[in-house]
Ligand binder design. Structure first.
Ligand SMILES: *[C@@H]1O[C@H](CO)[C@@H](O)[C@H](O)[C@H]1NC(C)=O
Ligand SMILES: *[C@@H]1O[C@H](CO)[C@@H](O)[C@H](O)[C@H]1NC(C)=O
Ligand SMILES: *[C@@H]1O[C@H](CO)[C@@H](O)[C@H](O)[C@H]1NC(C)=O
Length: 346
């Protein structure tokens, strides 16, 4: 999902007033969570019924291209590790990012999942890049902006990372994806209130540049039943059993699907004027929003769909370079349904 939904051209016209006006005018965020539940926002306009054969399939989804740019050149992801992160946790996330373009991974693979994202093009017909590279990283170990971030202070964290005196992150507005990852003791505005992550772009008035970015939080302590589902389940639903995470870390394994969700949407809608469904550009529904909570065949409604089980008893749905991951599917606009590499027709 895109987070602070503000019209792009508003910012271009009023750059000087941006900070103060935006504070006053940011509409409520519409949340995204990895739940197999389509009721987080009113999807009546997008999902109506659907065939039994294909997950999320519907003639009523009108995903449209709105002529804005998409990420067609090599995409570089710059992780910003905010707070305290263990090396073992960083390794899981780095390997996931590197797996996106690892075309030799065993199917069903993360790179097979990315093939659906590559089907999207810009006005020149150029496809989303197949190369997603892990770029320089920045540690923000001492919580430079505190343990409770607002949507605007998230931009200040990114500013600190790109303007740091030592080893600043490169400025890459065209092909960079700035990925802010917050540790499990950090609260971000709207986190757990149906929001597990969001993407948007930075405002020149705050950061000095328009940089596409995403935030994803480790929900292990705050709301794993919401944001690390199905590795954790909410206690208010009796009889629902959590499944074992493939990399042994409920919070981080849960973040993987959210990170994938945000990178897929950011690549197809970096300035929130390219690929989305819906009449209202303030509340765009993007390629991963449409497949929220769907991880396999039969997914949708309140069911995750068929997943895979490892010999170790862990649940996953695709392979990366050395690891396994559970990652939600994304919308295929040519077929008009959600798909993933573990679908029977892949
Ligand atoms: C969703 O939107 C439709 C059409 O705009 C409306 O008829 C319906 O009542 C809404 N449902 C909810 C739960 O708000
Ligand atoms: C894009 O990435 C690929 C794979 O890492 C590399 O071979 C290629 O040279 C890169 N292209 C550009 C223009 O940087
Ligand atoms: C590029 O996008 C077009 C249109 O969706 C699709 O037919 C084609 O297969 C895509 N190419 C790649 C390399 O994904």
């Amino acid at each position: 999902m895109p987070a602070p939904p503000v019209k792009v051209f508003f910012i271009i016209i009023l750059p000087l007033f941006a900070t103060s006006l935006l504070l006053a005018t940011l509409p409520p965020v519409h949340g995204w969570r990895p739940w197999p539940n389509q009721k987080a926002y009113n999807t009546t306009d997008f999902i109506f019924g659907g065939s039994k054969k294909y997950e999320g399939s519907s003639e009523f989804v009108h995903l449209k291209y709105h002529m804005g740019p998409v990420l067609t050149a090599n995409i570089t992801v710059y992780p910003i590790w905010y707070g305290v992160w263990q090396n073992s946790q960083k390794r899981i996330i780095r390997e996931f990012i590197s797996s996106i373009s690892a075309v030799d991974s065993k199917p069903p693979s993360v790179s097979g999942w990315w093939k659906t994202v590559q089907l999207y093009t810009d006005q020149t017909g150029a496809n989303i890049s197949g190369h997603v590279l892990l770029g320089k990283e920045k540690n923000d170990r001492f919580y430079s902006h505190g343990k409770s971030l607002t949507r605007l202070s998230v931009q200040s964290v990114i500013k600190s990372a790109v303007t740091a005196r030592t080893k600043p992150l490169p400025i890459n507005p065209k092909n960079g994806v700035y990925l802010l990852l917050t540790s499990d003791d950090v609260y971000v505005q709207d986190f757990c209130n149906n929001v597990c992550g969001f993407h948007y772009f930075t405002f020149p008035s705050i950061v000095g540049y328009t940089l596409p970015y995403a935030w994803v939080g480790n929900s292990a302590k705050l709301c794993p039943g919401l944001c690390a589902y199905p590795f954790s389940v909410p206690d208010y639903i009796p009889g629902l059993k959590a499944v074992k995470p493939p990399n042994g870390d409920v919070g981080v394994d849960g973040m993987i699907s959210v990170i994938g969700h945000e990178i897929a949407e950011l690549s197809t809608n970096p300035l929130v004027n390219a690929w989305y469904a819906g009449q209202d550009p303030v509340f765009p529904v993007e390629i991963a929003d449409l497949c929220e909570g769907i991880y396999g065949t039969g997914g949708g409604g309140s069911y995750t769909g068929q997943m895979l089980n490892g010999k170790d008893g862990a649940t996953y749905n695709m392979n990366g370079i050395r690891r396994r991951f559970l990652l939600q599917w994304v919308w295929n606009h040519l077929l008009n349904y959600c798909t993933g590499p573990n679908a029977p027709d892949q």
